[in-house]
Design a protein around this ligand. Sequence first.
Ligand code: NAP
Length: 279
Amino acid sequence: MAHEETAGTALVTGASSGIGAEYAVRLARRGHDLVLVARRADRLEALAGRLREEAGVAVEPVVADLAHSADLARIAERASADDVALLVNNAGINGYGPFAEVDAGLLAKVIAVNVTAPTILTRAAVPGMLARGRGAVVNVASLLAFAGDLPPGPLPHRAVYGGTKGYVVAFTRTLAAELAGAPVRVQVVCPGLTATEFHLGTGEAPVPGEARVHGDGGMLAADVVTASLAALETGEVVCVPGLTDADAVARLADAELALRGGSGTTLAPRYGDAERAHE
Ligand SMILES: NC(=O)c1ccc[n+]([C@@H]2O[C@H](COP(=O)([O-])OP(=O)(O)OC[C@H]3O[C@@H](n4cnc5c(N)ncnc54)[C@H](OP(=O)(O)O)[C@@H]3O)[C@@H](O)[C@H]2O)c1
């Protein structure tokens, strides 16, 4: 049964495969009408047909490239409509490659899809949700947001991807704090390696052919979505599907608070000492 806070239409980006398609299936089963966004029309149409038949919900497949500003504006318009009670910003691409070699246009696309699109769609959806007194936004980030230069090594060439997901985490946590007490829930879900099409390409173009998963293994997309939907009900802002030690998120906040000790007006001695060594 649909959760009271999120009943209504769910708009899911990146719904043509992987985690996004799984959100669509699960939300349809909960009785949500759906708006499904991605570039591959055939995949969207097939999923829409299946969900109308299986779940009896209304499904609008909307073909759009979220890296194109006109398409993004069209989806933002749809996200701002009165029926939208849940926005799932799931579409994402990796643009992996050695930073000095990867095409700069592809990196711009990674930022457009992973950062600009979720920001603009959230901005479109939230005012109406606040006015209507209900709604939720789920942003799909990645555990690579927290990885920096951590293993596994050799580093997958991911500086920009990691940066975009770091943005999604900081954006969502900060917005959640701003909306604390408001009737709109905001969540960032941080999957680890997940068995989808994600690693079959860079995201420059859609993965062609039949639905399949990459050969790197990983958590089932269904489990990622189970965690996310459960966390929506409990109000958990940072959802890490594979994390048993849930207190690790609180410890991260403690570490951040310690870093905030650096927001004072006095220069840390080690920098002053280094400067004096040059005098
Ligand atoms: N798989 C992992 O290991 C993993 C781990 C952590 C986080 N994530 C995150 O999970 C999210 C979903 O990825 P996934 O693993 O499910 O991979 P996926 O199967 O490749 O799904 C990505 C989705 O995004 C859509 N998309 C890509 N570029 C788009 C664009 N320009 N405009 C509109 N839609 C676009 C794709 O559809 P079209 O190609 O049809 O447009 C597809 O539906 C992403 O944000 C990813 O960063 C994945």
